[in-house]
Every structure is written in C-alpha cells, then in structure tokens.
Design a protein around this ligand. Structure first.
Ligand code: NAD
Ligand code: AHE
Ligand code: ZN
Length: 370
C-alpha cells in the first residue's frame, strides 16, 4: 500500500513529508493505522545525529496509538479493529530477559530493531522509487501506517482517546514507571527531579502517586514551574539562580539529600549532580535521560562507597503488553492526568514546527494527529 510519512532523510535535516510504499505484514507481524503520535526528545536526539544507533533514511516516532488493520500469518493475540499502542520495548514473554523478573528489556528482536528492520532482516518501508527506508525503534509512528511485530503491540481499551494515550507509548510510562517499577519509591520519600519536560513531569506525577512528601524540581527554564507545581512539585530550583554549589544547596533543601533523584535531561553533568545530591547512606539516583554518542558519566567512587546507588531505566521498567493497558485504565479512571501536558496538537505537515517548539522550550508534548 501507499501511505504518508515524515521521513528523516539525513541527520540534522528537517523531516520531509512524502508518500511511501509499505509492504503488508509478514508472519508474526501486524499492520497498524497510526491515529496519533507524540514527539519525544529521543526522536530529536536521533534526528540530530547524536544517536550511535541512528540510521538514515528512516521513519522516526515511537510514541503512538492506532488501530489494527491486518494481521500476518500466525498472529493470535490481535485482530483487525483492535486498538493498540506500539512498544519500542516489546514483551515476547519467552526470552531469557522476559523470564527474569529483574528486567523489562525483552531481547527477542533487539538486534534487528537496532538495525532498523523487522525480525526477518528486511524493511517494510520504501520510497516510491524503491529505495528502502528503515524502521525506528521498531515503531515508526511518524507514518500514518506502519508494520510491527505482534509482540511489540499492547492491546488497549477502545474508549480511550488516541490523541492522549499515544503519550503512554513513551513519556507517561517512562516517567511514572521510573518511580514505581525502577526506584520503587516509598510513601513519605524525598525526591529531586532534574528536567521538567515531557518525562520529568511524569516522574513528578509518579512521585505524587507514590506518596512522596517532598518533590524538588530542577530546571533551567522557569516556564516549567507552573505545570510541575500542578503535577505535585513542592519546591523549584533554577540552577542559574543558586549561589555556590548546586549539590550543597539541594542537600540542604532536602535535609540531607534526596531518598531518590532522577535525571530527565540526558546531560551527563546533570546526571552527576543527581547522583551526588542523593542522600548519603541510602539515596538512589535513576538515569532516564539519553546521552549523546561518546558522552560518559563520572563521579568519585567515594559517592558510591558511602551508600549512594546509581541506576538507569528504559521505558520505566514497564513490560509493555502487561503494564500499558493498565496505565491506560489509570488515565481513563482519573488516577493520572495526561491532557494538560499535551500543549500542542499538530498535523503531520507541521511536525518540524513541533521540534522547533521542543528546542525553544515552548512545549511539553506536541502530538501529531493523522
Ligand atoms: P524535554 O526536552 O521535554 O525536557 C527536557 C527538560 O530538561 C527541559 O525542561 C529542559 O529545560 C531541561 N534541562 C535541560 N538541560 C538542563 C540542565 N542542565 N539542568 C536542568 N534542566 C535542564 O525532553 P523529554 O522528552 O522530557 O526527555 C528527557 C530525556 O529523557 C531525553 O534525554 C530523552 O531522550 C530521555 N528519555 C529516556 C527514556 C528512557 O526510556 N530512558 C524515555 C523517554 C525519554
Ligand atoms: N540508541 C541509543 C540509546 C537510546 C535509548 O537509551 N533508548 C531508550 C529509550 S528512549 C525512549 O525515548 C531505551 O529503551 N533503551 C534501551 C534499548 O535497548 O534501546 C544509544 O545510545 O545507542
Ligand atoms: Zn521517547
């Protein structure tokens, strides 16, 4: 079939809207009509050329929601008409990783996913002249139609609005999951969140759900304060307004450091500050942000010797096919909020404007509705 997509032809260039060819689903695959997709900072990171796994030409986008149009041979858990959320972290329920309760990182298709192809090693997308176009994170939600493996789709209830629940495909689940699944924050905890964007705000929302007492937000952009406060931030720190050492300031503000700290910026200096502002003896710091190729983290080993723990999280530690439908229920039941964070709704041909607003710090989440 033919569909319309925003194609990343090369790193550092705006996306180009064009008609592309899409082959039908092969064995174990599913054709999905994407109804809405969010723009995550990770899409921008890959488009910028900073992603060591970035490949071009490709169709980016990994935060979508849509409807199953067709299933390939052997697909048993989905049928046409089902509403689904694509999963960049699939859940095969069979691999060594899925069988280990300590991780959500299903590895059954990770290598082909990183190469921009379906599990059989080929792409379903091509230009009208036949040149192959690569998939991205196994999702490619910047295309109106896409093909995914069955194990990379969460089936969700049909009354949930696509233009809101697409955000559960990455930002909402990553932020809330980092708190609940990865850090396992306890009631009464003190926490510090670095970066109050589309992910950090969901960390704050997760901390409120978990019953944290003090939630400190740190961001260079004071424009994020209003939204963060609405989601549960109790104190705001702008590093540019702190006289002296930021770590010392945060340790004093929290009475010894955060029980839990989270990096949602992708900046390795911030990751160090987050680790060092975790409480001596027990503080845990969770890296969510994705850092550019070549960037490395460092700290004095003494920081760990004296009891701080440094860890990371992908997709908030969530097992998508099991956990995502539950998070959609939380949204529909009013337990979590999504709508205020979606600050802009765009058409596909406005997608580059969405990235410009992200760069300017003007948006929290922009969502493209097809
Ligand atoms: P975003 O652009 O919406 O938000 C980033 C925020 O960080 C902005 O508010 C910005 O002002 C703030 N910031 C930047 N530099 C800062 C600094 N030095 N100190 C304090 N604040 C600073 O981005 P997002 O969509 O929220 O994504 C955040 C990060 O999380 C990105 O690196 C993204 O790639 C990553 N991410 C990781 C996962 C995962 O599974 N681990 C999932 C989604 C996104
Ligand atoms: N490809 C990059 C790393 C990118 C990355 O860390 N991706 C996160 C999801 S970000 C979603 O917005 C992730 O899930 N990582 C686990 C995985 O297996 O990719 C690089 O540095 O090579
Ligand atoms: Zn993302």
């Amino acid at each position: 079939m033919r569909t319309t997509a925003a194609v990343a032809l090369e790193a550092g260039k705006p996306l180009e809207i064009m008609d592309v060819n899409l082959d039908g689903p092969k064995a174990g695959e599913v054709l999905v009509e994407i109804k809405a997709t969010g723009l995550c900072h990770t899409d921008d990171f890959t488009l910028s050329g900073a992603d060591p796994e970035g490949l071009f030409p490709a169709i980016l986008g990994h935060e979508g929601a849509g409807v199953v149009l067709e299933v390939g041979p052997g697909v048993t858990s989905l049928e046409p008409g089902d509403h689904v959320i694509p999963l960049y972290t699939p859940e095969c329920r069979e691999c060594e990783y899925c069988l280990n309760p300590k991780t959500n990182l299903c590895q059954s298709i990770r290598s082909t996913q990183g190469q921009g192809v379906m599990p059989d090693g080929t792409s379903r997308f091509s230009m009208l002249d036949g040149t192959p176009i690569l998939h991205y994170m196994g999702c490619s939600t910047f295309s109106n139609h896409t093909v995914l493996p069955e194990i990379a789709l969460a089936k969700v209830r049909k009354d949930a609005p696509f233009d809101k629940i697409c955000y559960i495909g990455c930002g909402v689940t990553t932020g809330i999951g980092a708190v609940i699944n990865t850090a396992k924050v306890e009631i009464g905890s003190t926490a510090i969140v670095f970066g109050l964007g589309g992910i950090g705000l969901n960390v704050i929302q997760g901390l409120r759900l978990a019953g944290a007492d003090q939630i400190v937000g740190v961001d260079l952009n004071p424009g994020k304060v209003e939204m963060a406060t609405r989601f549960g931030m109790t104190d705001f720190v702008n590093p540019t307004e702190v006289e002296g050492d930021l770590v010392a300031h945060l340790v004093e503000l929290t009475g010894g450091g955060g029980d839990y700290t989270f990096d949602a910026t992708g900046n390795v200096q911030v990751m160090r500050t987050a680790l060092e502002s975790a409480h001596k003896g027990w503080g845990e710091s969770v890296i969510i942000g994705v850092a550019p190729a070549g960037a490395e983290i460092s700290t004095r080993p003494f920081q760990l010797v004296t009891g701080r723990v440094w860890r990371g999280t992908a997709f908030g530690g969530a097992r998508g096919r099991s956990d995502v439908p539950r998070i959609v229920d939380w949204y529909m039941d009013g337990k979590i909020e999504i709508d205020p964070m979606i600050t802009h709704t765009l058409k596909l041909d406005e997608i580059n404007k969405g990235f410009e607003m992200m760069h300017a710090g003007e948006s929290i989440r922009s969502v493209v509705v097809y």
